[in-house]
Structures are given as structure tokens and as C-alpha cells.
Write a new protein. Structure first.
Length: 547
């Protein structure tokens, strides 16, 4: 059971909800009449989105203990495709868990890899290609880190680490499968006495970034050639399969059907007050291209900036659709503002409703596909992962004695090796390797002093029990962490609100909503605007080939 982070009013009055509710039935019926029904997992994502954030489908009831004010918090759909509420919660929870439990306090750098259009189609349609390209990409990044730290002679014994997010969307909601990898900006090695040393790599030069992307392009092209020789591309896709055509049109940014079939989305200039014409190109920094592959590595953060790293993680796993950039035009079309103006002056694109739903359908990932991948020392089976993980503070009520027992007093004169250094350039080339033991955050070690240089004695940490690792973060905790808003604070008296119960039975839902003066029925869903033939009853509702 999950709770929506968005209010009921925003849920059903957003342009996104309006477009799906008004045209989903027409979109599904049109694909069925053409003999290429929409796959089941896509239909399920659309249907679940229409139920997300609607109190008539169930909610939590919370009450202020001071003034008795009632509030309902509707359930969410937990969709992985385009739902802003559920993707936003997953974004916040993923970033929080990585900071609290996975990422060591070391400098990090974001590596963004984009691929040619033809490879985007293969990666969207076949998950094996995502795994293959990701493997080549991370191997090239780790090799670069070993070169820049001077540890190439150690080979695999000098280990890097990275968390990679597979993004399927572009700025104009086109299908653009690419990678955002947050890699430790250095490598770890192990001494004879078992101590782990972190060797910072520092910022790469433009030539080094070019060397990495050229290596990725060369190896991926070789992989394509070998699989072509083996006949991997000889098989034709099923004529009844909608996904190849849908993905191909979404990659090219074109409409698949309707009066604008084969045409690109309408582009607008000057919607936000910009002057039409070519935009000034950005000065490239740590950027390179080779044979259609693009690599950017210009974003880096120091070890002590944990809040900045968490903010960057939220950006890397953000939802595909930004509600504040989507607008419903008077003629029924949808205008989507670009985050950054293109070189030709385009700052917005306009979609027909069915064209917009085609874009959304292409962004829904297939079932059992992992959108987050861990590599190197951060891989699930890595032997050093537990030794590098930060100390996890229990989110249950703990006494001061229990907290003190978990973080014993360090030796006299010792300091936590991972506190903020006096020199903000710490972690760049020219600094000595840092000795790393089990990592402990300052919040969970209140007894640590702030005196002494970074790189002192290790902070001891006991083994964490499963009880200290809750399966999910509380929804109110995530809202407070991301938006600095306490969802359990009463807006009338400022008191604390308490969760009374989860309301699921339809009769109880109607009675409570009527008592609170809220709509007792879900918003209506428009019927299909298509002339069905005599054989309409023989057409299936959806395809179960991808169930």
C-alpha cells in the first residue's frame, strides 16, 4: 500500500490526467481495430494512473490530535512509467536510500552517455542490449579512473564503483534510452593488512573524455558487427506486435497514426519570450562525441556535500513528465515546454492528444526490467560493499543509550575520516589516498569531535540488523526530506496528525467522503470515439503477450 504525494485536486485537474482520461479509450480502440493491440503492461500502467490519487478508490484517514481536523490521503498506483506522483516518490526514496545505505562518502562524478538513434531503438526493444552497452560503458569509465590514479598496473584489484540510472525519455518526451552513471571519482585498493584505500582521480581532461567515448563507440560497433554476423538481426518482428512500430516512431519523434502519421511534433519558438533563431552553443566542458555516441562528465561533487549528491540523484531518476511544463491548449492539443531551448530556437512542442498518448506508451518500461544498475564496489555481490556502506540510523524510536552503544567513543585525538575537509579541493589529484574503514555518518555518531585532519582513525561500526533497515521510507518522511514540508502537521493549529486507518471498502469510502463534503465518485472516463463494426466484439481488449 502506498500513499500519493499529490493532493486529490491536482490529481484529476492536471492536463496529464485530463488527456489520459479523455482519450485513452479512443487510443486503445484504434490500435485494436488495426489488429495491433496495446500490450497489457502498458494498458495496466494507464489504467492504474487513472486511479492514482483519487480518494474514491481508497485512502488513509488522518486526524489532528489537538483540534480534531480530518484529512484524507489517497492511495497511489505505484506505476513505473509516467505517473508524476509515483515516480516522484520512487525518485525521493531511491536517492535517500542510496545516500543513507549505499554510497560511501567519497567524491562523485556524473557520466552521461547518449547513443545513436538506431541503438536507442534496440535498447528500448531488447533489454539485453541495455546490459551489453552498460557493461562496455562502465568498463571504459573504470579504466579511465585507474589510468588517472596511476593504478592501471593493479588491474581489477583497483576497483571503482557506480550507480547507473537508465532513462528512457528525452526533453521533448521522445524515446531516448541513455545512461546517467554516478561514479565514485576514484578507485579503492586493499592493503596487505586489509585496509581499504581510496585514491582520488580528479577531473578528467577533454582528451580523456574523448578517449573514453571513442573506446565505447569502438567496442559497441564491434559488438553490433559480431551479432549481425551471427544472424541476431535476421528475425523479423511479429506483424501484430505494436512495440517495434511504437518505439521506432517515438525514437524519431514522429506520430505513428492519425492525420499526422509520420510527421514530427509541431515546434514553437518564443512561447516563453525567447527570440526565434539559433541559440548560443554552450562551451563544452568534459564533453566529447564519437560516431553518434555522446559523453558528458562535467558534473562533480566533493565527498562532504551529501545534500548535493542526494539532489543530483533525484535529478538522475526524475519522472519523465514535468507537470509544470505541460499545458492544455483551448483546441484540445497539449503544449510541452522544453527545459532548455534548442539551437533552432524551439522552446516548446505541441502534440495531438493521441500522439501524446503514443509518447507516454513508449516510455513505459517492460516488466521485470531494472532501471537502476550497480557496478564495481557497489554491486550487490561485491565483497567490499558492506565495508564501504555508511552507517544506517534506525528510523525507529531509539534511546540515547542504544545510539551510544552503536557508535562507541573513538580513541583520544581521533577524528571521523569523512568529515568536511578544510580545503574544498580535497579529493583531487595531488592528495594522498584516504584510509577507509566502515563508514559512519556524523549524524549517527554524535560522540565524534570535529577536530583533527581528515584521514584519521577509522570510525568503528557494528553489524546492522535487518530491523534497522526498513523496507520502505514513510511517505511523510520523504515529503519532509525533499520539500521541507511536514505532511503530518495540522494546517489549522500546527498540531500533530495521526493516521487512524486505511479505508478500502467502497461503502465506507462513500460515507466518509460524503461526511467530509468530498466527491464520492471517481472522475468519469470518456468512451472511445470510434465507429465499431459488426465484428467489434471479436476484438480483444489488450494483448497478453507481454503480461
Amino acid at each position: 500500500m502506498s500513499v500519493s504525494a499529490y493532493s486529490p485536486r491536482r490529481a484529476w485537474e492536471s492536463p496529464l490526467y485530463h488527456a489520459v482520461a479523455e482519450h485513452l479509450a479512443t487510443f486503445l480502440a484504434g490500435r485494436q481495430l488495426r489488429g495491433r493491440p496495446v500490450p497489457f503492461f502498458v494498458v495496466r500502467d494507464f489504467r492504474s494512473f487513472l486511479d492514482c490519487g483519487i480518494p474514491a478508490h481508497g485512502f488513509l484517514r488522518v486526524r489532528c490530535e489537538a483540534c480534531g481536523r480530518d484529512r484524507v490521503v489517497p492511495f497511489s498506483c505505484k506505476g513505473r512509467g509516467f505517473c508524476p506522483s509515483c515516480c516522484g516518490r520512487r525518485m525521493a526514496e531511491t536517492a535517500a536510500r542510496l545516500i543513507d545505505e549505499t554510497l560511501p562518502e567519497a567524491p562523485v562524478r556524473q557520466w552521461v552517455l547518449t547513443v545513436p538513434h538506431a541503438l536507442r531503438f534496440l535498447m528500448a526493444y531488447n533489454r539485453d542490449w541495455i546490459a551489453a552497452v552498460h557493461h562496455v560503458f562502465l568498463n571504459a569509465v573504470f579504466a579511465s579512473l585507474r589510468r588517472r590514479t596511476g593504478l592501471s598496473s593493479l588491474g581489477r584489484n583497483a576497483k571503482g564503483g557506480a550507480v547507473t540510472f537508465v532513462q528512457r525519455f528525452g526533453d521533448a518526451l521522445n524515446l531516448n534510452v541513455h545512461f546517467h552513471a554516478l561514479a565514485l571519482d576514484g578507485v579503492y585498493s586493499e592493503t596487505e593488512d586489509g585496509t581499504l584505500l581510496f585514491h582520488p582521480a580528479g577531473p578528467p581532461s577533454d582528451d580523456e573524455v574523448a578517449r573514453v567515448v571513442e573506446r565505447v563507440a569502438r567496442r559497441v560497433k564491434g559488438l553490433l558487427a559480431r551479432r549481425a554476423e551471427a544472424g541476431a538481426f535476421d528475425a523479423e518482428p511479429d506483424a501484430d506486435d505494436l512495440l517495434p512500430a511504437l518505439y521506432g516512431a517515438a525514437v524519431a519523434g514522429r506520430a505513428l497514426s492519425g492525420p499526422r502519421a509520420g510527421l514530427k511534433a509541431v515546434r514553437l519558438c518564443g512561447v516563453d519570450g525567447h527570440v526565434s533563431g539559433e541559440a548560443e552553443p554552450d562551451t563544452p566542458r568534459c564533453c566529447a562525441e564519437a560516431d553518434g555516441f555522446g559523453l558528458h562528465a562535467g558534473t562533480a561533487l566533493p565527498a562532504y556535500d551529501r545534500e548535493g549528491v542526494e539532489h543530483l540523484l533525484r535529478y538522475m531518476c526524475r519522472p519523465p513528465v514535468a507537470l509544470d511544463r505541460l499545458e492544455l491548449l483551448p483546441d484540445g492539443r497539449l503544449l510541452y515546454r522544453l527545459k532548455k531551448r534548442w539551437r533552432d530556437g524551439t522552446d516548446s512542442v505541441v502534440f495531438e492528444p493521441l500522439e501524446f498518448l503514443e509518447r507516454l506508451a513508449a516510455l513505459v518500461p517492460a516488466p521485470r526490467f531494472n532501471m537502476i544498475r550497480y557496478s564495481g564496489v557497489l554491486a550487490p555481490a561485491a565483497s567490499w560493499r558492506d565495508r564501504l556502506a555508511p552507517c544506517v540510523e534506525s528510523r525507529e524510536d531509539e534511546t540515547e543509550a542504544e545510539t551510544a552503544a552503536e557508535c562507541p567513543e573513538p580513541p583520544p585525538g581521533a577524528a571521523c575520516p569523512l568529515e568536511r575537509p578544510a580545503n574544498e579541493n580535497m579529493g583531487l589529484v595531488g592528495f594522498a589516498p584516504v584510509s577507509v574503514g566502515p563508514q559512519t555518518s556524523a549524524d549517527s555518531c554524535p560522540s565524534l569531535t570535529s577536530s583533527g585532519p581528515a584521514g584519521g582513525a577509522d570510525c568503528p561500526q557494528p553489524a546492522l540488523s535487518k530491523k534497522q533497515r526498513p523496507k520502505r521510507y514513510a511517505w511523510a518522511e520523504l515529503l519532509k526530506r525533499v520539500f521541507a514540508v511536514d505532511a503530518l502537521e495540522c494546517d489549522r493549529c500546527g498540531g500533530r496528525m495521526r493516521i487512524l486507518c486505511a479505508v478500502n471498502p467502497p461503502e465506507a469510502i462513500r460515507k466518509i467522503l460524503a461526511c467530509l463534503g468530498m466527491p464520492i465518485r471517481a472522475p468519469p472516463i470518456a468512451p472511445a470515439l470510434i465507429e465499431w463494426g459488426d465484428a467489434a466484439d471479436d476484438i480483444p481488449v489488450y494483448s497478453d503477450a507481454y503480461a
